[in-house]
Design a protein around this ligand. Structure first.
Ligand SMILES: Cc1cc2nc3c(=O)[nH]c(=O)nc-3n(C[C@H](O)[C@H](O)[C@H](O)COP(=O)(O)O)c2cc1C
Length: 360
C-alpha cells in the first residue's frame, strides 16, 4: 500500500486478512513473548481485539523428549483461535515432529522462530543464528511445511549484526521453502531491544515476497500502527511490550479514542489474570511468574509506586487479591462481569492430562 506524501495514512485495522486459509479478523497480532505469553495473556489479547495470538517459543527438543513442562505450552483454549504456536530448534526432522505435535494440539498456524537473539538459544544453532545459515533455515521450513497441513509462518530479525539486511535475502527463500507468512522484527540480534525497529526494511521485504508480512517492533499506539501499516504495506502489526499488563493498548490501537481503563478495571483484569495463571501454572509457579505483572498492570501512573513494591514482596496470592480490592473496591463487580463473560471450562479444550495442566 503506497501513501502519497502529505496524504494521511488511513488503514482499517478492523479489516480481516488471511494466512492461507486461516482468517484473521483484525490487523493486530499479539506478539509471542517468552515468560509472558501464557494462555491467560493470549485469551485476554483476543478479548481486546488481537486478531491472532501466539504462544511463546516452545523448544522442539523439549517436545521431542516429552518434557512435561514443554508439553504444557501446547494447551490451547477454545477462545484463543486463531492461534499460532511458535517452535524453535535447529534440526529439521525434530522441528517437523514438533510441528506435528503443535497441529495435533489444535493450533491454527505453526510459527518458526528465527529471531531469538538470546545466547542460550543461539548457541544451539537455533533462533536468529539460522539467518546466517539460510540453507538450513530453508530445510527447517520445508520439513515443517511438509509435516503439517497447517500454514507455516516464520518470525525473524533483520539479521545478526547491526545494519544487516539479511532478512531481505533469506525471506524470499523461506517463502519458496514453504513459509505462508513472515513476521519481521527489524532489529539485529545484536541490538536485542535497543535502538528502534527500522520498518523501512519491512517495506522492502513486503515488496520482495507475495505472502502476508507482519510488522513487529515499537508499535505502541493507534498512530504508530497506522503509520507502519501505511508505509510498509504489511498485512498486520504485531504488539509486544506495550501490551504487557496493558491489554487496553490493543483497544487503543484499534479504536484510536478508546478510554483509559479505570482503577477498578485494572484491578479486575489483574485478578482475573492471576486466577487464570494459577489454573494454568499451579499456585507455586504462578507466585513468582506474576510478580513482574504487578508492576506492568499497576504502573503507567495508575497506582502509587509503593503499592506495586508492596505487592511484589508478597507470595500469598490471596493476600495480593485482598490488597488489590482494598485499593479499588469496585474491582470486585467488574471481575464478576469478566468472569461471567469467560467461557466455562467445558468450552475450553483440555486436551492434555491434568498433571501437565497443574505443573506447567
Ligand atoms: C520478554 C520478551 C520475550 C520475547 N519472546 C519472544 C519469543 O518467544 N518469540 C519471538 O519470536 N519473539 C519474542 N520476543 C520478541 C517480540 O515478539 C517482539 O518481536 C519484540 O518485542 C518487538 O516488538 P515490541 O516493540 O512490540 O515489543 C520477545 C520479546 C520480549 C520483550
Amino acid at each position: 500500500m503506497q501513501v502519497k506524501p502529505g496524504e494521511p495514512a488511513q488503514v482499517d485495522l478492523h479489516e480481516s486478512w488471511r494466512i492461507r486459509d486461516v482468517v484473521i479478523p483484525t490487523r493486530l497480532v499479539l506478539a509471542p513473548m517468552a515468560g509472558v505469553s501464557v494462555q491467560a495473556f493470549r485469551r485476554q489479547g483476543r478479548r481486546y481485539g488481537a486478531g491472532l495470538v501466539c504462544s511463546e517459543m516452545v523448544s522442539c527438543a523439549g517436545l521431542h523428549h516429552g518434557n512435561e513442562r514443554t508439553l504444557g505450552y501446547l494447551r490451547i483454549a477454545g477462545d484463543e483461535h486463531p492461534l499460532a504456536v511458535q517452535i524453535f530448534g535447529s534440526e529439521p526432522a525434530v522441528m517437523a515432529e514438533a510441528a506435528r505435535m503443535v497441529a495435533d494440539a489444535g493450533a491454527d498456524i505453526v510459527d518458526v522462530n528465527f529471531g531469538c537473539p538470546v545466547r542460550k538459544v543461539t548457541k544451539t544453532g537455533a533462533g536468529a543464528t539460522l539467518l546466517d545459515d539460510p540453507d538450513r533455515a530453508c530445510e527447517i521450513v520445508a520439513a515443517v511445511a511438509s509435516a503439517v497441513d497447517l500454514p507455516v509462518s516464520v518470525k525473524m530479525r533483520r539479521g545478526l549484526d547491526d545494519g544487516s539486511r539479511t532478512c531481505l535475502d533469506v525471506g524470499p527463500r523461506l517463502v519458496e521453502a514453504g513459509a505462508a507468512s513472515l513476521t519481521l522484527h527489524p532489529r539485529s540480534a545484536k541490538q536485542m531491544y535497543t535502538g528502534t525497529a527500522d520498518h523501512a526494511l519491512t517495506a522492502e521485504l513486503v515488496e520482495r515476497v507475495d505472502v502476508p508480512v507482519i510488522a513487529s517492533g515499537d508499535v505502541t499506539s493507534h498512530a504508530r500502527a497506522q503509520a507502519v501499516l501505511a508505509t510498509t504495506g504489511a498485512s498486520a502489526v504485531m504488539v509486544g511490550r506495550a501490551a504487557q499488563g496493558n491489554p487496553w493498548v490493543l483497544r487503543e490501537i484499534l479504536e484510536e479514542d478508546a478510554a483509559e481503563p479505570s482503577r477498578e478495571e485494572v484491578v479486575a483484569e489483574l485478578v482475573l489474570f492471576m486466577r487464570e495463571t494459577v489454573r494454568e501454572l499451579g499456585e507455586r509457579k504462578a507466585q513468582g511468574f506474576l510478580k513482574k505483572f504487578y508492576g506492568w498492570y499497576l504502573g503507567r501512573g495508575r497506582f502509587p509506586r509503593a503499592f506495586k513494591a508492596e505487592l511484589t514482596q508478597l507470595d500469598d496470592l490471596a493476600e495480593v487479591e485482598r490488597r488489590l480490592f482494598a485499593a479499588a473496591p469496585g474491582g470486585r463487580f467488574v471481575l464478576v462481569r469478566l468472569e461471567d463473560e469467560q467461557p466455562t471450562a467445558d468450552e475450553v479444550t483440555l486436551d492434555l492430562p491434568i498433571s501437565i495442566y497443574g505443573g506447567g
